[in-house]
Design a protein around this ligand. Sequence first.
Ligand code: HEM
Length: 199
Amino acid sequence: MSEVANAAPPLSRRLKNETASVHETLDKRIMTAAPFSDRQRYARFLRVQLRLHHATAPLYRDARLQAGLPGLLDPNRLEAVQSDCADLGLSPDVLDDDRRAAAKAVIPDGCEAFGWIYTQEGSRMGAAILLKEVERELGLSSAFGARHMAAHPDGRAPHWRRFKAALDALGLTAGECQRAVAGARAAFRFVQHSVDDLM
Ligand code: HEM
């Protein structure tokens, strides 16, 4: 066999492949809850997003992760989803509950963090479709109520390509890649639990 045929898939490909089934289950579960049929249901979907953003926020401020993924971690995304929650009139008490729920997420201090960030950043890709629905069904937009779904200023697809290239350039060992995949799967499970709790 050639060297190429023997090569392990790049980390970004492994992350996609090894979370495909948990992602599909989550997509179906979320869409079954009809989150865009009225603003109350959408508010519950927003709270799921808020919990994930709270859970990953410390990673976006971590110097080691910033150095590994230079210029790619925007620390203001939590603020966007918090503003969406305010736009929808969610009370501070409810938002405190979500902050406390997110604090229960345990993200090990290793390569798992890259997987959690992968799941968080990738959710921006699906948001392209979700944003259109939110605009059409609920009259919200990336300037009000759905700010967290806005495309990256560099464009959704170009940013995603740069992000995946940076992940692949980290040069993680097989064991470290395994931990990154475990982190991505844990992040999806965290979202799934939040959905079960809130939607
Ligand atoms: C919080 C919930 C969600 C999370 C964490 C999430 C996560 C992700 C991730 C990590 C990717 C990147 C896959 C890759 O490596 O290319 C992705 C892509 C995608 N997601 Fe989701 N997702 C979520 C909800 C949804 C929902 C509800 C839908 C629609 C029913 C959806 C549809 C998609 C689609 C269509 C893509 C592929 C976009 C493309 O490649 O152009 N996602 N999502």
